[in-house]
Design a protein around this ligand. Structure first.
Ligand code: CMC
Length: 429
């Protein structure tokens, strides 16, 4: 017998059989439950999508209770240890690990699309010197839609592939230009001899030397961080990407919206907020007082807690190991002691235990970024670069899914009932 849910409506005495598939019922199946002819049918109310699946996806699997994260079935731990960011991006977008030839071709395509149009450079020069790099990043990604009008052909597979190459390849260049702009240094053009992350470091930190020497430990550490951030199923920014894309906007416009969603301190801005929090705490001695304030409702312990993970975020575990390797090269970040003490106290404290609050991906990533020489404003941008592959994969999956339509949630109207317009002289108060 098929799985069904039997619902008895006490208002009418009627009974309904609602099919259950994949642990869900279809919200539209509830519409048939009506108390009268004018009743539009039962709907579900789910602010912040706490318990609603909005799509079927084959990209990323998360088991939040067990701390499991897999891209296309491959455990994140294996990818972080054995893959590269570009190979993982290929996997996420195309669904399978590439063959040697496919990988070579993919890396070549990305390498040859890293340059920005000179007018993009001029556009970026228009920002104030103290413009937040994430604001610059998302505006520039949005502006891309005017440079590549062919991107509007979203149902043309060839055109989509072209935009995919452009997006993956150009986001590090935009990020690097945004950074160089903020410190008043000339932009550095991409170097095709370097790896994806090596070239990114070159565009950020090259000075007057003829060839930038990439530190292999930092290059690999950044690549691992990029792998860890590449996708995370239906989070706030990915949902934004899918929602905007569902109106058939081009991928650049959709991604500008996704990047805007990532900018917020509860999402991709959290790593920046963690660093500000650690700096504000100032010393290990101040940690207990800070925890007390958090428990009293005065602010949050940034980098802790997750909507999905109710155990240690598997990405945070890998990042902690990466941090050790980076600190061997750069020296220990003095804020690390404060972070370790915060984690130690929080993991023993009833407030955090009962709410299942554990370190998330952002708790340690900022410490690594800072040790590598990135200013805190760049942290959300460092999240956006690799997340581009996840956003694109999710956008394409949404476009090609015959069940998807333009996204349009329902509402429960709680405002005033019908009333007549009052002329200005007759209004009270
Ligand atoms: N510090 C202190 N208390 C917290 C925290 C925190 N970081 N996170 C959640 N809580 C408490 C919250 O006050 C609530 O307590 P109560 O039941 O007494 O009202 C309870 O835990 C449940 O919180 P919630 O806000 O209902 O949980 P949520 O699933 O809506 O929020 C979250 C998830 C990530 C937004 C939240 O945990 C948070 O604000 N964390 C800090 C910001 C952060 O680190 N964000 C990065 C997320 S990982 C990277 C990414 O994917 O973007």
């Amino acid at each position: 017998m098929a799985d069904t849910l039997t619902i008895t409506d006490n208002r009418t005495g009627k009974t309904y059989e609602i099919p259950i598939a994949d642990g869900t019922i279809r919200a539209t199946d509830l519409r048939q439950i009506k108390a009268g002819p004018d009743d539009q049918g039962l709907a579900t109310y789910d602010p912040a999508f706490m318990n609603t699946a909005a799509c079927r996806s084959r990209i990323t699997f998360i088991d939040g209770d067990r701390g499991i994260l897999m891209y296309r079935g491959y455990p994140i731990e294996q990818l972080a240890e054995r893959s590269t960011y570009l190979e993982t991006a290929y996997l996420i977008i195309f669904g399978e690990l590439p063959t040697a030839t496919q990988l070579q071709q993919w890396v070549r395509e990305i390498t040859y699309h890293t340059m920005l149009h000179e007018n993009i450079k001029k556009l970026m020069e228009g920002f104030q010197y103290d413009a937040h790099p994430m604001g610059v990043f998302l505006s520039t990604v949005g502006a891309f839609s005017t440079f590549y009008p062919d991107a509007k052909k979203i149902f043309d597979e060839k055109s989509r592939l072209k935009q995919i190459h452009r997006l993956i390849a150009k986001v590090p260049t935009i990020a690097a230009y945004a950074y160089r702009h903020s410190i008043g240094r000339p932009y550095v053009y991409p170097d095709n001899d370097l790896s994806f992350t090596g070239n990114f470091l070159n565009m950020l930190f090259k000075m007057t030397e003829l060839k930038y020497q990439v530190n292999p430990v930092l290059e690999r550490a950044l690549d691992v961080l990029f792998i860890l951030h590449a996708d995370h199923e239906q989070n706030c920014s990915t949902s934004a990407m899918r929602n905007i894309g569902s109106s058939h906007a081009d991928p650049y416009s959709s991604m500008a919206g996704a990047a805007a969603a990532l900018y917020g301190p509860l999402h991709g801005g959290a790593n920046e907020a963690v660093l500000r929090m650690l700096t504000e705490i100032g010393s290990v001695a101040n940690v207990p007082a800070f925890i007390k304030r958090v428990k009293g409702g005065e602010g949050r312990l940034m980098g802790f807690g997750h909507r999905v993970y109710k155990s240690y975020d598997p990405r945070a575990k890998i990042i902690k190991q990466t941090a050790d390797q980076v600190f061997e090269v750069t020296g220990r970040n003095p804020l690390l002691e404060i972070a370790l003490e915060l984690e130690r106290i929080a993991l023993e404290d009833e407030y955090f235990i009962s709410r299942k609050l554990y370190p998330n991906v952002d708790f340690y990533s900022g410490l690594i970024y800072q040790a590598m020489g990135f200013p805190v404003e760049m942290f959300p941008v460092l999240f956006a670069i690799p997340r581009t592959s996840g956003w694109i994969a999710q956008w394409e999956e949404m476009l090609l899914d015959p069940e998807q339509k333009i996204a349009r949630p329902k509402q429960i109207y709680t405002g005033a009932r019908r009333r007549d317009y009052v002329p200005l002289p007759d209004r009270q108060g």
